[in-house]
Write a new protein. Sequence first.
Length: 248
Amino acid sequence: MNCVIIIQARSDSKRFPRKVLSKMEDNTILWHVINRVKKIDSCDIVVATTRRKIDNSIVNIAKKSNIKYFRGRTNDVLDRFYKAANKFDADIIMRITSDCPLIDPQESNKVLKKFLSRKYDYVSNGNETYPDGLDTEVFSFKALKKAWKNSKLRSDREHVTPYIWRNKKIFKIGSVKNNGKNMKAYRWSVDYKDDLIFIRHIYARLYKRKEIFLMNDVLNLLRKEPHLMKINSHHTRNEGYTISLSND
């Protein structure tokens, strides 16, 4: 079975334009995400961006990283995912977003392993036992195709998977949880400039070339320096999806 990791990326985020091109230490956020995702087991990697000239820089990063890319629709991200998965013959898709520069390949592997352990249609760790920013979703091409054909809501098209995880009677859904811990307060994604400030502090303390620091390394750092969490703790989880729902 062919597993393809699809990293969605575009330059003009409404809340923080060009965020994935922002620099951290020696490279861009997108480069760091790709570098970490390369440590995930047995999957090809594709960066899925738009056809617009503004996103040529994203394609250039993919090329320099020696990974594949796909260019599709701007706001219909579900269509972009489906066509990318179809082009690269994916049987299994792992969805990673490009605004998660602390993505932990070991935790992502746990999601893939659970998906493969039984006949799931969809497995995710996107729950409050994990920090926001480690989100990994794994689903079958068959489930993606069904969502692509049947999703009508704008929010479903923009956020790719809601049709799947909302329809528990149609799809077999699995969840990976982090030993029942509550990590609702941990915000590790980049949607605003203060998120980037927080992430830069983490990278300044933990990043080393050719090494990948993991979730527990960040948690240990934050136990020693809890004041860092105050930088961006005022933002709520999944704000982007909430905004999209209000526009349906």
